[in-house]
Ligand binder design. Structure first.
Ligand code: BG6
Length: 506
């Protein structure tokens, strides 16, 4: 059980406090933790940024974010008034040492007021090029001297490639203890993602069949209908591989493929996950050609509106070679998974926004039914739907009612919305609470990040060295380039999609 940390005075210092992430995710998450009684009795949230703002201005911004993005809807006046007393703002210049001294004075002020040393969480919700300077200055100003009471939270992207990730890890590990470093991958905080472990390791029926003898292939599909919005400047230097595969999707794969841990401690779980990454087959340039597909979207129509192609998006190079779609076939070279393909795909401006894992089991050894009974035959499939539908479905064959023996595929469904009445917490609520509790289970350890980069480096390098000549190669509202279909069809499979039935991603 997570114990409530009521008596643990806490200060959040949020670098990038006026930014988009703070407004959409961090502010609403902290507010909801407060509503649900998880925040300590004494806490302060100090937003910081270059913009000149008063405490009231900052509070008004946070409120705007809560009203627009919080799962609990618009803030209630009395609750908000209580919460907003804990908000403060400090203008800062992250390059200027004076800024950090001012933080020191502020933190000291709270220490005196509260009569004990607070836990201080430095949240770096800023562009990654500022991570090193902020991390170093915090340390130089002796703001993180107590490793038991100070933590640093780092947003993705963690590095631009293997080398820069190593550099950043090196810099951080010279200043901080690993137990102080919280590298965020928000997918790990999602309720349905955490449930993969519960589902696999709390049920005895799965483990005996969770292997190459019974599973034919695995698909992990994270598709998005969204285009670039205002993120073109970041995304054009990143692309789908860096933005989604290196982190979120590989983490999903690790949860599906990991060995059972001996307990639920954060390092034990992270050890099991890093072993998966280590066992994944590295690609030669030829493998990249055979086992990967990249794409970039062109114009199209989404819900009756014409949307621009990627190269026409704001802050994107009109001749950009950046991929907005990636599909990859991986293998894991260990006893459990030898020979089982893991197909991953992700992309922007696709036909629907959904994240789904599909585990297809091998066919029955012998079909005893007449051909006409089995026209809609489908091998057993376990479908873990992460969003927008939150469900786990087991697809099985059943006899259709009637005088004939006709088989149909039917779903045995565990659907969150039908089973639980309470709202699932947002990923950021879970993660922020864990930073306060000092629980690193759902955060990336330095070696995991490096291993994931190492795995995708050959793909990145090959793609960067050979420009794609046919971009854009899929239109908005499609399922991506046709070659992605061919990648999986060659092995006799096709991409699985779960009909949304009106469900939309929030
Ligand atoms: C972010 C990526 O990490 O995850 C975005 O940078 C992507 O490009 C987002 O849209 C997807 O997250 P979610 O929670 O909306 O599936």
């Amino acid at each position: 059980m997570k114990s409530i940390i009521k008596s643990q005075p806490t200060i959040f210092v949020i670098f990038g406090g006026t930014g988009d992430l703070s407004q959409r995710k961090i502010g609403p998450a902290l507010y909801n933790l407060f509503l649900d009684g998880w925040m300590p009795e004494q806490f302060t949230i100090i937003g910081t940024g270059r913009t000149q703002l008063s405490d009231e201005d900052f509070s008004a911004r946070v409120l705007e974010g809560v009203n627009q993005f919080s799962r609990s809807g618009k803030a209630k006046k009395d609750k908000w008034d209580e919460f907003s007393k804990h908000l403060a703002y400090q203008v800062s210049d992250i390059n200027d040492f004076e800024t950090y001294k001012e933080f020191g004075t502020k933190i000291n002020g709270y220490k005196i007021e509260w009569g004990q040393e607070p836990y201080v969480l430095y949240y770096l919700a800023v562009s990654p090029n500022f991570f090193p300077i902020i991390a170093s200055n915090i340390s130089k100003a002796h703001l993180a001297d107590n490793p038991d009471r100070t933590r640093i939270v780092i947003e993705k992207p963690f590095g631009h490639d293997l080398e820069t990730a190593k550099e950043l890890n090196h810099l951080l590990s010279n200043i901080y203890n690993e137990k102080q470093i919280y590298r965020i991958d928000h997918y790990l905080g999602k309720e349905t993602v955490q449930n993969i472990m519960a589902f696999r390791f709390a049920n005895s029926i799965l483990e005996p069949i969770w292997n190459r003898d019974n599973i034919e292939h695995v698909q992990i599909s994270v598709t998005e209908q969204l285009g670039m919005g205002e993120r073109g400047d970041y995304y054009d230097g990143a692309g789908a591989l860096r933005d989604m595969v290196q982190n979120h999707i590989l983490q999903l794969l690790c949860l599906v493929a990991m060995e059972p841990p001996i307990n639920f401690s954060s390092d034990e779980l992270r050890n099991r996950k890093v072993e998966v990454l280590r066992a994944m087959r590295r690609f030669s340039a030829e493998d990249v050609r055979m086992s990967t597909v990249r794409g970039q979207y062109g114009r199209g129509w989404i819900e009756g509106k014409e949307v621009p192609g990627y190269r026409e998006e704001s802050k994107v190079n009109p001749e950009s070679n950046t991929e907005t779609f990636a599909a990859i076939k991986f293998f894991i070279d260990n006893w459990r998974w030898q020979g089982v393909p893991f197909y991953l795909r992700t992309g922007k401006r696709l036909h629907q926004s959904s994240s789904v894992i599909s585990i297809q089991f091998k066919d029955v050894p012998h079909r005893v039914f007449p051909v006409e009974a089995t026209e809609s035959w489908q091998q057993n499939r376990l479908i873990i739907s992460i969003q927008p539908e939150m469900s786990i479905r087991l697809q099985v064959q059943a006899k259709r009612p009637g005088l004939d023996m006709i088989l149909n595929t039917v779903d045995m469904v565990f659907d969150y919305s039908g089973t639980y009445t309470s709202d699932a917490p947002e990923a950021y609520e879970t993660l922020l609470l864990d930073t306060m509790l000092g629980d690193q289970t759902l955060f990336m350890r330095g070696d995991q990040v490096e291993e994931a980069w190492e795995l995708i480096m050959p793909i990145l390098k090959t793609w960067e060295s050979r420009k794609s000549i046919n971009f854009p190669n899929y239109s908005a509202d499609s399922w991506g380039p046709e070659t992605a279909e061919a990648l999986i069809a060659r092995d006799g499979f096709h991409w699985f999609t779960l009909p949304l039935n009106g469900k939309k991603k929030k």
